[in-house]
Design a protein around this ligand. Structure first.
Ligand code: APR
Length: 183
């Protein structure tokens, strides 16, 4: 199916380690200090090498819901977009809107930097405890909405690291595109 502005099939759900993906930009699930951490943050820093942390430490941090760009260093990706997701505290603290803005802001930065292929982890779905099914719905809806308005992104890979997350992403995409869900 040809990729068109209104065609969310410019979204693909994949599994595996995001650090190995050959895309223009990899999105990191960072924290406000941008000083690294565990989870996908730790994996990206380990794969990118020390230059990534050095650049991050010069950025002055990043507020929740926002994102900042660095080089990709030893990663296959040219850029790392460090998005800071919300910590899930029950849902009354604007967590859903903050999570949505992570995806929107990351894609805006990708366009600004000429990155046409972008890979996202499931932001906030690990240490930050966001309910995975709801997070997947928000993530897919936000990415699809952005792609409807932008022809500058060719492909967004959404990485489900582990079966539960991958299945949630596939189900969210299937219900958005009206196709059958994961087998
Ligand atoms: N590739 C792709 N996805 C991964 C990888 C990887 N190598 N490693 C972990 N993940 C997945 C997790 O399984 C989860 O689905 O990334 C998603 C986000 O989980 P976390 O990395 O724990 O991030 P988050 O929940 O947003 O918490 C952010 O954790 O690592 C710290 O510094 C980080 O303080 C910040 C917090």
């Amino acid at each position: 199916m040809a990729a068109t502005n209104s065609n969310p099939c410019r979204i693909e759900i994949v599994g595996g380690d995001i650090t190995r993906l050959e895309v223009d930009a990899v999105v990191n699930a960072a924290n406000p200090t941008l000083a690294g951490g565990g989870g996908v943050d730790g994996a990206i820093h380990a794969a990118a090498g020390p230059g990534l942390l050095e650049e991050c430490l010069g950025l002055g941090g990043c507020p929740t819901g926002s994102a900042k760009v660095t080089g990709g260093y030893d990663l296959p990706a040219r850029f790392v977009i460090h998005a800071v997701g919300p910590i899930w505290r029950g849902g009354a603290g604007n967590e859903e809107a903050l999570l949505a803005s992570c995806y929107r802001n990351s894609l805006s930065l990708a366009v600004e930097h000429g990155a046409r292929t972008v890979a996202f982890p499931a932001i906030s779905c690990g240490v930050y405890g966001f309910p995975i099914v709801r997070a997947a719905e928000i993530a897919v809806a936000e990415v699809a909405a952005f792609l409807e308005t932008s022809a500058e992104i060719d492909l967004v890979l959404m990485v489900g690291f582990g079966e539960e997350t991958r299945s949630a992403l596939e189900t969210a995409l299937a219900s958005l595109t009206g196709t059958s869900g994961p087998e």
